[in-house]
Design a binder for this molecule. Sequence first.
Ligand code: NAD
Length: 489
Amino acid sequence: MDAATFILFGSTGDLAKRKLFPALYNLFLEQKMPQHFSFIGLGRKPFTDAEFQSYVEQSLNTFSRRKPSDHSALKAFLGCFRYYALDVNDKAGYVELLKLVQKREQELGIPENRMFYLSVAPEFFDVIASNIKESGLGDTAGWKRLIIEKPFGHDLKSARALNAELSKSFEEEEIYRIDHYLGKPMVQNLETLVSANPVLGALWSNRHIANVQITASETVGVEERAGYYNSAGAIRDMFQNHLLQLLMMTAAISSPMQSAERNIRKQKIGVLRALRPISKEDAAHHIIRGQYGAGAIQEKPAVGYREEPGVDAASMTDTFVAARLWIDNSLWQDVPFYIRTGKRMKDKSTRIVIEFKAGIKEPYGSGEQPTEPNRLTIQINPDEKITLQLNQKNALNNGQLEPVNMEFSMPANQLPDGYELLLFDALRGDATFFAHWEEVELAWEWVQLVLEAFQENRLPLYPYPSGSYGPDAADALLEEQGFHWWQNE
Ligand code: NAD
């Protein structure tokens, strides 16, 4: 891996403390960091280098999956860290920052490879990118890369405007748009799971799959984020990015028998291009929006969204969205993809359920007995788990047909955090699991009409009790095709 400088905007913020420092530290312990490495943290707080290093150490003690125990390794890691106080709007500050970056490059004898990570509010993305260019920080003899956090735009127009601004300072191949769902080990495993297992790969199409259900449910409410959430809702916060990414990752897999092309990003873009658009007039037929009311989570009473601090008593913000989507290509024609996400739901779970078509012949000995369809459940969160449901005769119960599960699971605390995998990829220049601009733009294009339909109140806002599976209306989306949601059992 190339020696490089890692420049972190927002290094005193929450994300840096909880995710980024621990991710870098774990990569360091696994020797997955460049041997010579310069880290420069930026923020508004006045920190000395020593204060910053002890701040990073505290974050590792609190949040890292491996707590620092080897003192010399920790010292070597922290020794790479420097701090510079910079207001993102202060143009002259960037010129001083360039001097510090160059000084460290010379001290360490490393090439001008520079990674800029923007862990700051989105309104700063464009000003930072343009100041990087104007100050000369971006004129490197080596590579330069820009990592940006979500949200990427608020709607189609603002996303395009932001991209146009960023493109003035960075090429598309230099921009790494983080969607942390793409960092989850099980999501990165999806393509391999199917293409390396012909037993699944051979079934991965509309010939054998009846429907796909993608769920990302949370038990928490809006918490302290009402200010942001009121203007985003579930559609922007979860659907436009994470859920559409999961849909793309599921549908972009074609087994080696179907295609030799293994360029995941290209195939994902193909999936979005084939997504059937919905009109504003028809949105209510394919989309359900909901908002949590009062109820209980694990027997603890919970207030409704409109009673939450900072929320308007007449708020129309969606805290739940379910949708039925169709991918009009030869692989997925006629297979509905059902997607839902919500806050204050019964359980916390992110999973993809693949429901297979019923067997053509009545299974031997089943008589009148209905059999359950085979299902593959890929759980991404909280723990990773793959479950395949089959039917078998139970000799202990008069040979009755019964569903049985084959299961493989991996507790989350044994796995690397998504940020570890993503930072490792970005440092070695592999953008496979980052969102390409075309993915982001096509996702916004599809969602834009839904946003407008929401705005114009063309869809009812269904209340649902806290602690439930969401509004009943979301069941009707599936019933039309004769299906139902497979809940977490
Ligand atoms: P935060 O508010 O905790 O930190 C923001 C950082 O920006 C701080 O370091 C602050 O010093 C810096 N900052 C603010 N104004 C500045 C200015 N004028 N000049 C220089 N620095 C300035 O935010 P966060 O939670 O760390 O989130 C950072 C980004 O990551 C945001 O885009 C957020 O949407 C995204 N994100 C965060 C999380 C998370 O878990 N926290 C998850 C996903 C995405």
